[in-house]
Design a protein around this ligand. Sequence first.
Ligand code: EPZ
Length: 447
Amino acid sequence: MADARPFHWEYQPVVEREALRVEGGRVLRGEVRISGSKNAALKLLAAATLTGERCRFENVPEIEDVRVMVETLQHLGVVVDHPAPNVYEVASGDVDWLFVPLEAAAKMRASFILLGPLLARFGRIIISNPGGDRIGRRPVNLHVDAMHALGAEVEYRYGYYYVRAPGRLRGTRISFPHVTVMGTENAVLAAALAQGRTVIQPAAQEPEVDDLIAFLQKMGAEVERTAPDRIEVEGRRRLRGADHTVMPDRIEAGTFVVAAAVTGGEVTLSNARAAHLPVFLDVLDSVGVELSCRSDSIFVRGAPTGSRAYRAARISTAPFPGLATDLQPPTAVLLTQADGTSELEETVFEDRLEWLADLGRMGANVEIVDDHHARISGPACLRAVEVEVGDLRAGASLVLAALAAEGTSTIRGAHHVRRGYENIERKFLELGASIGRVEEGTARTAG
Ligand code: EPZ
């Protein structure tokens, strides 16, 4: 194992039996600073393994998924230091084990983003097929196809991919059958050290992909988005260490926009880029939420609860620049307060509407038509509930519904929420919400 300095983890380990208790009806007011993006930070940490030189990242969110990624890197023998809150330094000189275990993949699908960089740098990797989570099957066939296209040999045995690149990966054309965010990212990361040119099309257009490209360019990689849905890479033999500040989390920003809207509050989101939320903010504007946006802040004024001021909408999720599938759950909570019947279409994942049943238990008028379509009629008066969450975005959205509901809700499985939202209770408390973390068995709540 490389001389990994002791990793000082200020982060409070997640208590599996954690619950959040939310007393609804409070109007949120004030300012909230949006944290660094989970879905950018995880890929940036993985990209650092493309070089043996030190890389430094700022504005990394202190969340469970980052802790899991750091732990996975350390198990590989990568040195990861945490010199200050939200700051991580990565140096992957000599990696001991090119093995990403089931435990990492089971905890976090994003561990699969290690495939591209480790294969490109070291020529071989054994990596667990990541478990899906509660929003669909979540296969990784497109990632594997991309590695094949770059010249890798892949065997699949007992849940693990055994991937080798005899010699160096070779640049090629990678044509995905449909857009895949992490598939695009794995292909870019592998191509960065391949011999020759790689053209990826259609390439995902999510802002997190462009944040990764910006970091790779600082490392000396020749990576460029040459058309909205095309990325071209001229492989290099070696890349250098670089520093990077993680972009803001646009999904967290959307979550807090809805929190203000459904509590009739007035909230300013700082470190929030409206340009990353084009369709989402258009939808909220059409619903009747008052918004004013600057380059890196968003002001939201919600309509008083029960005022029937919000209008129903028809929404359909899509890859960027469409409405982010991760914002479908928060938007659904808003639509329970809209006057009329809204139509939801979820085009990205096959069962990301299931969670609406819990919203129905809170009094929302929800009809799940099929795996991809639902209707929500409003406005509905939401009532408190005790509920178990199974995935990150649905969990956060049930917190939003609880903030708008009458009474006190208990949301079990809150560790799912803390996987992806930094200090979410503290942020809501500072906006005037009544919310606390409750460990089952003790009545402790967050101060
Ligand atoms: C990323 O997942 C995000 N996760 C997801 O956020 C996000 O919902 C998703 O992109 C879409 O924007 C991270 O970045 C860590 P995809 P990813 O490949 O890359 C299918 C969150 O809560 N597919 O774009 O895994 C897939 O099943 C998470 O932060 C294949 O069929 O999503 C889906 O139907 C949830 N084969 C569609 O493509 C593959 O090999 C798009 O998925 C890969 C994907």
